[in-house]
Design a protein. Structure first.
Length: 107
């Protein structure tokens, strides 16, 4: 069962020298798989409005304006984007160990 819990990321930043190498996509992939493995509804992140290339990157990765994002009329310097997790019915990709830790296979 998918919970109503969401994975929130307040900052995803790749320094300029590391951009355009797939690192940002890899970071988002890890967040998305973690959210999926723990049955979270979506990944939600904050994008600064003065960085249109970052917003374009997030949108290209499937993120869209979240219903919790402040209205465009307000003078905020950020917007909240989200992407729903893909849940497979009957799939159990997490295992609880005897020490209570959650172990999941994230590649």
């Amino acid at each position: 069962m998918i919970s109503d819990v969401r994975l929130n990321s307040y900052e995803v930043q790749i320094e300029e020298g590391g951009r355009r190498r797939g690192l940002g996509q890899r970071v988002l992939c890890v967040l998305e798989r973690l959210a999926q493995a723990t049955r979270m509804r979506c990944v939600r992140l904050t994008a600064l409005t003065h960085n249109p290339s970052a917003a374009a990157f997030f949108r290209a990765c499937g993120y869209s304006i979240d219903d919790t994002s402040p209205p465009k009329e307000e003078t905020n310097h950020y917007e909240i984007l989200s992407k729903a997790t893909e849940q497979v019915e009957g799939e159990d990709s997490k295992e609880q160990s005897t020490d209570g830790a959650l172990h999941t296979d994230i590649h």
